[in-house]
Design a protein around this ligand. Structure first.
Ligand SMILES: Nc1ncnc2c1ncn2[C@@H]1O[C@H](COP(=O)(O)OP(=O)(O)OP(=O)(O)O)[C@@H](O)[C@H]1O
Ligand SMILES: [Mg+2]
Length: 222
């Protein structure tokens, strides 16, 4: 992690396009050379962000994902901006558009493939806390990639039932994604996921009971 002066940071983003911002200011820039710069606020003096900065977590997650063969952005560097209480990660974006935007075209075909991709993430021990449809990219070849990865967690083997179920709750958190899932068919999405996950019958039954308890949209499964 490299520390830079605020003035240098400002120079880097001078001609950049702001892709995302909130009430604290810009969160993601696209610079003229096609890179992205994502900012993280350092919230409190003793928060865990001080121990392992979010920018570093992002970088580590990119390495972990790559090691598992999952596509994600290419991290160039991690920065700490002096006097701003901000860290930043600089990366090259993956090609493609977000799953949320892509769904508008051919929801049916994309969600079949996405449910299988979600199963493969879990099989590979990836628990993606920020799992909503704007944090997955549909690549030109039709594959999926992950962005916004600082809160991805990794286990050695496949995810256990509780992790799978919690991750399904994340998918149902945002209204546009919920609407897409419902239009596609909740049972169909879950069945495709379960089929791809090759869980035994008893575990499937437990999954359906557990997922029904985390969000009402999964209520009609068992
Ligand atoms: N191919 C791509 N690679 C990376 N980012 C992309 C790509 N296409 C679009 N984006 C956009 O880049 C921005 C990066 O978003 P990111 O998910 O990292 O942060 P955020 O969602 O704005 O912030 P947060 O989720 O932390 O509140 C988003 O606006 C996303 O839609
Ligand atoms: Mg995001």
């Amino acid at each position: 992690m490299k520390t830079i002066e605020a003035i240098e940071f400002d120079a880097r983003v001078r001609d950049a396009e702001i892709l995302s911002e909130d009430r604290f200011g810009p969160k993601v820039y696209r610079t003229a050379d096609g890179r992205m710069i994502k900012l993280f606020r350092i919230k409190r003096l003793f928060s865990t962000a001080r121990l392992i900065p979010y920018a570093r977590r992002f970088e580590r997650a990119a390495e972990e994902l790559k090691a598992r063969g999952i596509h994600t952005v290419e991290v160039v560097e991690c920065l700490r901006v002096k006097g701003r209480a901000r860290d930043a990660v600089v990366y090259r974006p993956v090609l493609g558009g977000t799953l949320r935007d892509s769904i508008a075209g051919n929801a049916d075909e994309i969600l079949i493939r996405f449910s299988k991709f979600f199963a493969s993430l879990h099989a590979l021990g990836v628990y993606f806390r920020a799992a909503h449809f704007a944090n997955f990219i549909v690549e030109p070849g039709g594959g999926f990639a992950m962005i916004d990865i600082s809160e991805a967690h990794f286990s050695r083997g496949a995810l256990r039932l509780a992790g799978r179920v919690r991750n399904f709750r994340h998918l149902a958190r945002h209204e546009p994604d919920r609407a897409s899932l419902e239009a596609f068919g909740i049972a169909r999405f879950c069945e495709t996921y379960l089929e791809a996950s090759r869980l035994d019958d008893a575990t499937r039954a437990r999954f359906k009971r557990a997922v029904a308890a985390v969000h009402p949209i999964f209520g009609g499964l068992s």
